[in-house]
Design a protein around this ligand. Structure first.
Ligand SMILES: [Zn+2]
Length: 57
C-alpha cells in the first residue's frame, strides 16, 4: 500500500524497515484518518511552515 505526499503527490517509499520515508501530519480538514502523509523532501523544504502549508494544500 503506497501513500502519497500531500504536498508534491510523490509516492512515499518505505524503508527497508517497513517505515514510511516521510512523516504524518495531523490536519484540521476532514480526511479519512485525520492526518496526511508528507515525504521527507517536503518536510525538509517546508520546515516550520509544514503544518500550515499542509492545511492549505
Ligand atoms: Zn512531498
Amino acid at each position: 500500500m503506497a501513500e502519497k505526499c500531500e504536498l508534491c503527490n510523490e509516492k512515499i517509499e518505505e524503508t527497508f524497515l517497513g517505515k514510511l520515508n516521510g512523516t504524518t501530519v495531523r490536519v484540521e480538514k476532514n480526511t479519512r484518518t485525520g492526518f496526511v502523509y508528507v515525504c521527507n523532501n517536503c518536510q525538509r523544504q517546508h520546515g516550520n511552515e509544514l503544518i500550515k502549508n499542509v492545511n492549505k494544500a
